[in-house]
Design a protein around this ligand. Structure first.
Ligand SMILES: [Zn+2]
Length: 279
């Protein structure tokens, strides 16, 4: 069920965005059309004077993203028991003062979702994930905002698109990744936990992410550093790559192993948990 109280024209707008995205980037001579944020991208990029997209890594797969217009989202905010989350971020009460516009959850595993019910209570924010997962978490019905692969909606000035992830989730319907498209046309892709997969080429074609929040830790559960580096080489052309989901606990890959896989790629930025960066 889609709600319009906090999200403006959710489904139709995203369908229009999906439909126009390839056209907007097929040629630099395409004239921007009014009312299409993605079409504004090619001209906006050329100015090199865009307001910042701010990304704060909260450890593991948890991020706070702030749009140039001030919309703040939390993604996979596992914080209280996350060994890499700074102490200042473990007290969920802070989010009562700094309420996110929405909380996006990729899948049901504890290292992504275990703090979400409490954060929903503390913030009153809408929680975005599959309907199955929302019901399993017992998120209050007015705060439930269910999505699935291919769906999208507008929150504040951010278009959010749900995309596939190749993983598992129980309970929770299916695992997701998220692409955020900002008003100036730039975009960010949080992969969730996944192996690299061929449909990443479609994510590039449709959304051309400028920022990758890239799962790299592997271990027994998802793609490791070498596969993550291959995914970037094979499918994406980002300006900024932020590795995540490494080093938190064994047997995830260490930062040194992730650095070795990406070698001297200058687009890769290793953050310290709690650190903010911007594009
Ligand atoms: Zn995980």
């Amino acid at each position: 069920m889609h709600r319009s109280r906090a999200f403006a024209s959710p489904l139709l707008t995203s369908l229009l965005l999906v439909a126009t995205a390839p056209l907007a980037h097929a040629s630099s001579t395409n004239a921007p059309s009014k009312g299409s944020p993605i079409r504004a991208t090619s001209t906006a990029r050329a100015t090199k004077a865009l307001p910042a997209i701010q990304v704060t890594w909260l450890g593991h797969a948890a991020f706070e993203v702030r749009s140039p217009g001030g919309t703040r989202l939390l993604i996979d905010p596992w914080l209280k028991e996350n060994p890499s989350t700074p102490t200042a971020w473990k007290d969920l009460a802070r989010f009562a003062q700094e309420k996110p516009a929405a909380i996006l959850v990729t899948h049901a595993h504890g290292d992504h979702a275990s703090d979400v019910p409490e954060l929903a209570r503390v913030t009153g924010a809408l929680v975005v994930t599959t309907g199955e997962h929302l019901r399993a978490m017992k998120i209050p019905e007015p705060q439930q905002y269910s999505v699935n692969v291919g769906g999208g909606f507008l929150v504040g000035d951010i278009q959010v698109h749900a995309v596939p992830a190749m993983h598992s989730t129980e309970p929770g319907g299916r695992p997701l990744g998220y692409v955020l498209t900002f008003a100036d046309g730039r975009s960010l892709y949080h992969t969730g936990d996944t192996w690299l997969f061929g449909d990443m080429s479609l994510i590039q074609e449709l959304f051309h992410p400028d920022i990758l929040l890239l799962a790299t830790g592997g271990g027994r559960w998802a793609m490791g550093p070498d596969a993550a580096a291959l995914a970037v080489r094979k499918y994406f052309r980002p300006s900024l790559i932020i590795p995540m989901h490494y080093g938190t606990f064994e047997p995830l890959s260490t930062e040194a192993q992730v650095r070795a896989a990406f070698q001297a790629d200058r687009r890769v930025r290793f953050l310290t948990p709690g650190e903010q960066t911007a594009l």
